[in-house]
Design a protein around this ligand. Sequence first.
Ligand code: SAH
Length: 381
Amino acid sequence: MTTSLDLSRAPAPQLRSLAGLSLPALKAEMEAMGVPAKKAGMRAKQLRGWAHHFGVTDFDAMTNVAKEMRAELAERYSLARPEIAEHKISVDGTQKWLTRFGPNVEGESVYIPDVGKSGALCVSSQVGCTLNCTFCHTGTQKLVRNLTAQEIVAQVLIARDELAEWPSSNEDRKLTNIVFMGMGEPLYNLDNVAEAIDTISDGDGIAIGRRRITVSTAGVAPKIPELGARTGAMLAISLHAVRDDLRDEIVPINKKYDLKTLFEAIRAYPDLGNSKRVTFEYVMLAGVNDSLAEARDLVKLLRGVPAKINLIPFNPWPGAPYACSDWETIEAFAEVLNRAGYASPIRTPRGRDIFAACGQLRSESVKKSAAELRREALAAE
Ligand code: SAH
């Protein structure tokens, strides 16, 4: 059997993008390109500055790089962002991007104005999720794959492009905070999340400080102290229940790491104190977890942990088996926490009209089996 390659049907070759790569990854690319080891570090730093401080998308803008070098870079690489499959803006100013990281690999990011210092970007760490929390829309989508560090950083570049916030400046930024609260469980992709945080917090690049980056976990206990040690980021815990029997049901990872194990891990998070508190997220589900007795038990559970509590009104999605607690119930619950000395803001739902609110993210991407991929490849021939 002979095979031939029909070049007329081959798609245009896509150049690998350098935008969003970490400094060590940029250095490795420079070495692969033949830049002598001694100079590779310097080139990597130049690229980091142009790509992540100035946000340029054209090598020709790099005026301190020799012309021949720029031409060589442009031959091999691009500075493109992944394709934006969809961009929506809510009546409340919230913006949502559906980004195509690859064929059938699409994930969402959400920019929320007036959160954090002045605005937060909620990024995804995986497409789909393995956790199956019963109230979360993403939980109904199987895991497609982990996002790479570069793909996580690209979500920040895309938001910066749209907000026209290049070069990185410290004053009057609209995007000041990053929260890993999009699709996926960040602690099941910790290597890439840690590398992305290195790039996002790099003062000569995107320059969003580690204290302005929050990583939220449903409770992968053994990875929690490691997250702190490796990233210095702020920690958020999706708690949602104060008893193991209920948490087993609504946040099933609790069957693996129960509340006792989870709280031991939280107490071991480095540098906790008044200026570094753990954020506890608690979704208000009518008749499920919203009684005053549970509010009091929550106070007991948090004893000794520097904590803030975010009460999140449940955001509905098609087919969701829950309703949001009514407003008086949420306020009464918050009152118990306030009296115990916790600031416990009730999170106003943002971007519900574009399905951008907490727990509403879901894409159509599905992981294909090897057999399906083979069938598709054959059909395309
Ligand atoms: N897997 C991580 C990151 C996702 S964060 C984690 O669980 O922490 C997304 C946050 O939104 C979590 O606190 C999640 O519990 C919450 N959430 C999920 N579905 C929701 C819904 N329908 N309404 C309100 N909050 C929801």
